[in-house]
Design a protein. Structure first.
Length: 522
């Protein structure tokens, strides 16, 4: 195959065949992008066939077709995102390679139009404008109003992700979980609308998707983790249709509620992959809220409900297991531990699970999937990563273990806590305090104790409020007479549905550290 190298990370080639994928991997490529629409020519292999070969060869793969209903203009944003997220080097292909060249040129033109070509320097550079990044910026500014902060984030929408479980349960409207990124950006922060493509901690610089570099005195990495939908064969092709859904995506959570309302008999499957995942309780929250509605409609005796959990327990903190097991028995849920979803055939309503006894096939009338989750792709291929692909930090100070001018928090870092919004809320003030100390030549003293919280929605109207520290130590925020976290509570439901969203938008993202001020490690 004759390839054209467009950048250090991207080459293009004409149409490939599934048999070529092994050679592509042997040549050192880590990812492939297909820009040939399926069915363009009779001799052209289907994308699903190529994607299957890519997975077998250990390559990441993404389908970004150009032609028919999809123009260069339509797809340039998806192409830019792929270049930022996928492991490099990347090989993109179409019939002749020309559409891939045009896509890359459009991405470069967009970047140039934003005026990002010149190198810049900032005292504090934050990579990632999600919950952890915005909260950290706001907390830093609460302590040092004039400090120079730049934040890198390509997305123009900001999401309150804990609300998606409630959207899937018919309680929230999805629009209430989304605001513009501009509206949550703290005053005084320079917003760089671009994607990080490379970290170079030796030169204290970050490379963007337009090829420009930004240098820093101190870096905060808050880029989240990667939802690895592609690791389940057939899943991406059927998400949002064929009765397959997931509350882990903004656009799919409403479909969960549609399926709950229309499913009146048959088998409903809910899945949980191996840890770590963000919000470890979310897979069963989706199940309990669905069951609560089916109970209300008098349908539980007409449904077979199964929870396929790759782990060996319903929850990782023993204190909360009795209440959850009572809920499981109440709804008649069959628990399948050590059962990991590996393949889905949406049109034929079939799912396959890897178990200790081999692969198990299950028919379904509804399937709610929690995707496997990995370290952020850009972080994972950088010197910042540990062997698992997460930014390697001290679990208490959140300072990088090898680069003292780097901090990381949220779902992208290596701390052994539960990856929850509550954890990021506690981590942001710790990073803010410690980052400013390091900039002043001092040692970090603020301590993150591993706090995480998981409001387990066991029914519409009641929640088991799980709160815990490193090692599974129970750490309630309220006296037991007010909210007994080990039992379902109506007051905890009010906290989840009314107080926590308000605290998120008007507290956490504004640097107001209610019940989150850091303690000293010493």
């Amino acid at each position: 195959m004759e390839t054209r190298k467009l950048s250090p990370d991207l080459s293009v080639v004409g149409q490939i065949q599934p048999d070529d994928v092994g050679n592509i991997a042997a040549a050192g490529y880590k990812s492939i992008i297909c820009s040939s629409p399926d069915g363009e020519e009779a001799s052209q292999p289907a994308w699903a066939t190529v994607a299957h070969a890519a997975k077998a060869a250990g390559l990441s793969a993404r389908y970004i077709p150009v032609g028919g209903d999809h123009s260069i203009k339509d797809q340039r944003s998806a192409f830019a995102t792929a270049l930022a997220e996928m492991p490099a080097p990347i090989l993109a292909y179409c019939k002749t390679g020309n559409r891939c060249v045009d896509l890359f040129a459009a991405v470069q033109a967009d970047a140039g139009a934003k005026g990002m070509k010149n190198a810049r320097h900032h005292h504090i550079l934050i990579a990632g404008g999600g919950s952890a990044g915005i909260a950290t910026a706001a907390s830093i500014l609460q302590r040092s109003a004039g400090v120079d902060i730049a934040l890198i984030e390509p997305k123009t929408e900001h999401y309150y992700q804990p609300g998606w479980t409630m959207v899937g349960g018919g309680i929230f409207d999805k629009k209430d979980t989304c605001r513009s990124e501009a509206s949550v950006m703290p005053d005084g922060v320079t917003w760089i609308e671009a994607a990080v493509t490379r970290f170079d901690p030796e030169s204290k610089s970050v490379e963007l998707n337009d090829g420009s570099r930004i240098t820093y005195d101190l870096l905060v990495v808050a880029m989240g983790n990667r939802l690895a939908w592609d690791e389940i064969e057939g899943l991406e092709a059927t998400l949002g249709r064929n009765n397959v859904t997931s509350n882990y995506r903004y656009d799919l959570a409403p479909y969960t509620w549609e399926l709950v309302k229309q499913t009146r008999s048959g088998r409903a499957l809910f899945t949980q992959p191996p840890m770590p995942i963000k919000c470890a309780g979310a897979p069963q929250k989706a199940m309990y809220l669905s069951c609560s509605e089916w109970e209300k409609q008098g349908l539980l005796n007409k449904l077979d409900i199964e929870f396929h959990n790759a782990g060996g327990a319903i929850f990782g903190v023993e204190e909360y297991i009795p209440a959850l097991m009572e809920t499981v028995e109440r709804y008649g849920i069959d628990l399948a531990f050590g059962s990991n979803l590996v393949r889905v055939d949406g049109p034929n309503r079939k799912a396959w699970f890897a178990t200790a006894d081999g692969e198990v096939e299950r028919d379904f009338d509804m399937l709610h999937v929690c995707p496997p989750q990995k370290g952020n792709a850009i972080v994972a291929k950088s010197p910042l990563a540990d062997d698992a692909g997460y930014a390697e930090v001290d679990q208490h100070t959140l300072r990088h273990m090898r680069y003292p001018d780097v901090f990381a928090l949220g779902d992208c870092c290596s701390t052994p806590n539960a990856k929850t919004m509550a954890a990021a809320r506690k981590q942001a003030p710790v990073v803010a305090e410690n980052a400013l100390a390091v900039l002043k030549g001092k040692q970090p003293e603020a301590n993150y104790d591993g706090y995480g919280s998981c409001p387990l929605t066991v029914e519409n109207g009641k929640i088991v409020l799980a709160e815990f520290l490193y090692g599974g130590k129970v750490a309630p925020s309220f006296p037991k007479w007010l909210i007994n976290g080990s039992r379902p509570s109506r007051l905890a439901w009010q906290l989840k549905t009314q107080a926590l969203p308000w605290i998120y938008w008007h507290g956490m993202l504004k640097g107001r550290e209610w019940l989150a001020k850091p303690a000293s490690r010493f």
